[in-house]
Write a protein that binds this ligand. Structure first.
Ligand SMILES: [Zn+2]
Length: 411
């Protein structure tokens, strides 16, 4: 018979899989052949059909990869993978912290090895087929290698810190952990634009010219102190385009993909950046960071109750308790809670996106350029124009494109 905790983990796990599959099916069923009227000027029928094919292919691929992931997890769990790994890590006699790092490290390695073939297929088969992929094998392998090294450099001290606090700091361990994790998050955000992102991409200052002048004069008009506009070589990996904001304080910068600049006029690019600056002006970036800190505190507080709960160890067939085991098993138990919080965070994010859209229209007074920019972006990236509302509810951090355009064009 199953342990009650086993069921408490299994039932939401299958429920989540079922809900996501249901949303996918609904999403595919609402696809229509005829082009929405708002897109008549930017889409042709052939490319529109291609965007639907892109969605179908990606949905099927998602089923195979998430189904395989779930199956492997269940095999590992009920095949006594956790106690086996624990015995091996203990046999090396390295003390509780290092043993924990080995245990968690091997789990992380297994997880990334399992996802690797799927990443290869997505990049070199699917993205290639739809004309997006520009990564060579060399770029792809270097990305993987750098990502792994970065994961070790950031992950090992973080995990070691958390394990050490819970091992030695007593009842307030979660609070010390929270402070440490918050400082860690702030630190990573602070150094990301100057230390971390340049590991993967080249950032060059936007050359003086019409575009730079237009962006700076817009920034001045909304009283936005902007010093750094950078162009990122996104074309190194993909033909898809984007723009974003990164860092804070002195390191704050706006980044444009080189692929974005190729495809848009100056006024369209200003409109896109007006939306990005809107996020900053409306303090969305700060609020998102605060919400992340609160979520981390909530998680660590709950962890302190469950970390040595016998039921969790029974459910994962472990004969010996440990701090690192408690951390891993609680993370698995917590996953559905995280998913629910994620739904609120996404709904809130969609609200912020609407606010940033409004900001862009009000300050540029150029709704036409903004709606053209969004249309061109979604055509270029083969976005789904008509997602099912339930799919949007589960996955979308932005409102669907047609909804945004309707708001922009009707004011
Ligand atoms: Zn946005």
């Amino acid at each position: 018979m199953f342990h009650p905790i086993t069921l408490i983990i299994l039932v939401p796990l299958f429920a989540e899989f079922f809900l996501h599959t249901l949303a996918d099916i609904l999403n595919l069923r609402v696809l229509r052949d005829e082009l929405p009227p708002a897109f008549k000027d930017v889409y042709d029928q052939e490319r529109y059909q291609k965007s639907q094919e892109y969605l179908r292919v990606n949905t099927r691929f998602e089923w195979i990869s998430s189904g395989t992931g779930l199956l492997c997890f269940l095999i590992f769990w009920f095949g006594k993978g956790f106690p086996f790994l624990d015995q091996w890590a203990r046999s090396l006699h390295q003390g509780p912290i290092l043993t924990g790092i080995l245990f968690i490290g091997v789990l992380a390695i297994i997880k990334s090895l399992l996802s690797l073939p799927f990443k290869v297929y997505a990049t070199f088969v699917i993205e290639e087929r739809f004309g997006f992929n520009r990564a060579t094998w060399r770029v792809f392998s270097l990305d993987m290698l750098k990502g792994a090294l970065l994961g070790i450099a950031l992950g090992v001290p973080l995990v070691a810190g958390i394990l050490a606090f819970f091992q030695y700091a007593g009842a307030y361990a979660w609070l010390y952990c929270w402070i440490a994790v918050t400082l860690f998050m702030l630190g990573v955000t602070f150094v990301a634009p100057t230390w971390i992102m340049p590991i993967f991409n080249k950032f060059s200052p936007l050359e003086p010219g019409e575009l730079r002048t237009a962006i700076l004069s817009y920034a001045r008009s909304i009283d936005f102190p902007l010093e750094n506009i950078y162009v990122m070589d996104g074309s190194k990996r993909s033909g898809k385009s984007n723009a974003f904001f990164t860092g804070f304080g002195k390191h704050r910068r706006i980044v444009l993909f080189d692929t974005l600049i190729e495809q848009h006029t100056v006024s369209e690019l200003v409109a896109i950046l007006a939306h990005e600056m809107g996020h900053y002006k409306k303090r969305h970036i700060l609020k998102t960071m605060i919400s992340g800190v609160i979520q981390a505190g909530f998680l660590l507080f709950l962890l302190s109750f469950f970390i040595s709960y016998q039921g969790l160890f029974d459910a994962f067939l472990m004969s010996q308790k440990s701090i690192y085991g408690g951390v891993v098993f609680f993370a698995i138990l917590y996953a559905p809670v995280d998913l629910m919080i994620g739904l609120f965070v996404k709904a809130w994010s969609r609200m912020n996106e609407r606010e940033a859209d409004r900001f862009a229209i009000e300050t540029t007074r150029d709704p036409r350029s903004f709606s053209t920019a969004l249309k061109k972006l979604s055509v270029h990236n083969l976005s789904n124009l008509l997602p099912h509302p339930f799919y949007v509810f589960l996955h979308y951090s932005h409102p669907p494109i047609l909804e945004r355009i309707k708001v922009i064009e009707t004011g």
